[in-house]
Ligand binder design. Structure first.
Ligand SMILES: *Cc1c(COP(=O)(O)O)cnc(C)c1O
Length: 255
């Protein structure tokens, strides 16, 4: 710790202000869409952010929730299993609800499952089966989201849109898992219409899967979509979880 006490206070105030600004954006977007602001949760995407700053953000959030009990606490999202495992012990006493939001290789499943209550990045039946095998003995099934590549950009993770319905129905039937909905990383574009089209497509896909009546799909209503730059568009199209990194933690170092 090289930081002085007042430096740490400044840091916490900054994080509290940015978090409040994000919540205000979500609330305004909900109001504009005629949605209940409590229908959208905020997840902090903490890639590259060290555990001390994540703790400061969680402390700032806890104060905000204490001041306004109508607010739901933020969640944490990690992209890389390595970071998840490294920070997990430093955050364990705060017991944050933590999701995996990045790719999961089958040899890292056990390590990841120790720290997360939801895997948002299920993009293949092979991964889903692997998770299912590890979760069949659980009292509470593991929540999973099917990640869909709505933009079709080749660099993006996620199952192609045209294969997503079949994958979701197959995942929903697996023991030990609970299909809670869908996740996407939206198109990176300054054109709000093009970005919104991808989010609308994810919402329509969700509606189709729920309407299918297939076993395990009735609860699959969640939509994890929208980030710092476009959360308003995602909320307009029905996001139930927005994943926010840079709007709270500032710009990340280049990878
Ligand atoms: C980094 C990341 C985010 C947050 O991105 P920001 O633009 O910093 O808000 C959300 N989702 C995923 C999957 C990410 O990797």
């Amino acid at each position: 710790m090289t930081e002085t006490a007042s430096g740490a206070d400044d840091e916490r105030t900054l994080l509290a202000d940015r978090l409040a600004a994000v919540r205000a954006r979500v609330a305004a977007a909900c109001a504009a869409a005629g949605r209940d602001p409590r229908s959208v949760r905020v997840l902090l995407a903490t890639k590259t952010v060290d555990a001390a700053r994540v703790r400061a953000a969680l402390a700032a959030d806890a104060s905000a929730v204490e001041a306004d009990p109508s607010l739901a606490p933020v969640l944490i999202g990690e992209n890389r299993v390595q970071e998840l495992v490294a920070k997990g012990p430093d955050l364990a006493d705060l017991a944050p609800v933590t999701h995996l939001i990045g790719p999961l290789q089958s040899n890292k499943v056990n390590a990841a499952l120790r720290w997360v209550s939801c895997v948002e990045s299920v993009e293949s039946i092979a991964l889903a089966r692997r998770l299912s095998e590890r979760c069949t003995d659980r009292a509470v099934p593991l929540a999973v989201l099917v990640q869909v590549n709505v933009s079709g950009e080749p660099t993006k993770h996620g199952v192609p849109h045209e294969a997503a319905t079949d994958l979701a129905i197959a995942v929903a039937a697996l023991p030990g898992l609970r299909l809670a909905g869908f996740m996407t990383v939206g198109l990176r574009s300054p054109d709000p219409v093009a970005v919104g089209a991808g989010y609308a497509a994810l919402a329509a896909l969700r509606d189709d899967v729920v309407a299918s009546g297939a076993p395990g799909t009735a609860q699959a209503r969640g939509l994890s979509m929208g980030m710092s730059g476009d959360l308003e568009i995602a909320v307009r199209h029905g996001a139930t979880l927005v994943r926010v990194g840079s709007a709270v933690f500032g710009a990340r170092p280049p990878l």
